[in-house]
Design a protein around this ligand. Sequence first.
Ligand code: NAD
Length: 296
Amino acid sequence: MSASILDGKALAADIRRRLTETVARRVEAGLRPPSLRVILVGDDPASAIYVRNKEKAAAKVGITGDVESLAADSSAEELRQRVEAANADPGVDGLLVQLPLPEQIDPAQVRSWIDPEKDVDGLHPENVGLLASGEPRFVPCTPAGCLALLQANGIEVSGRRVLIIGRSLIVGRPLANLLSMKGVDATVTIYHSRSRDLERLGPQAEIIVAAAGQAEFLRAEHVAEGAVVVDVGIHRVDDPAAPKGYRLTGDVHPEVREKASWISPVPGGVGPMTIAMLLKNTVDAHGRRMGVDGDG
Ligand code: NAD
């Protein structure tokens, strides 16, 4: 059996189309468009690409975006001032600071500076707490994208055994909170770098989300026949046979496709969903600030 594809590219396009309509309706009703500010510190090339992609995707749905760039040797205080200026700016609905940050700046501190009402990445301690208590304001974008991908493909989550591999603040942990929330109702196990026995735990799971950041480490022996597999990882690996000399791959080995019932591809799975959810969080933030509901 070859797995059906959890097509994140197509679903993300659908979500963007709906967001475009929502934004157009609000603008027609006389509101200013939603806005997203991204603060980028340093000159990491991968971060620059991610930020450009976010900006382009935002513009396409009618969100006005701007990027503030700070030098790599900026101090935490300089960054704090930029964050506070964006917090105080009534024209900014969504605010995020691109990660990773240079080593002189503590990301945990930065997360706590962002106005929780504008925190579209959902990483402020208040938003982490709201999700953990089952009343989320902003769900972090990658976990939100994983759940949307399952639900849109009619995959039942309620009561199912889900193994989440990884416990990071941006993927594993919030995903565990999201999937175990009342109303979503999965039975969640978190597997992490100190866990043991993937050979036993993996095949017990009905759904596996791989977010360990290790290229192709989830093998067929870790997966039950017919399981659903969501591949969050993204890696560039050398491949002399590929036109560019490299290819993109995930945390899941290609052999798993023959065993799973559903699988998300890399690229084209969770990646586009993450950006779509960032846009959704920004449109939601705008809606709350303007006093209109979700689709209004
Ligand atoms: P991270 O490095 O912060 O966390 C990785 C987690 O995996 C850790 O909690 C660790 O305990 C666990 N882990 C590491 N090695 C393991 C192993 N051998 N066995 C079991 N657990 C192990 O990474 P992250 O930020 O959560 O990202 C994970 C992956 O997802 C990366 O490849 C990243 O590039 C990718 N990612 C993709 C998107 C997207 O939009 N597609 C978004 C975020 C992250």
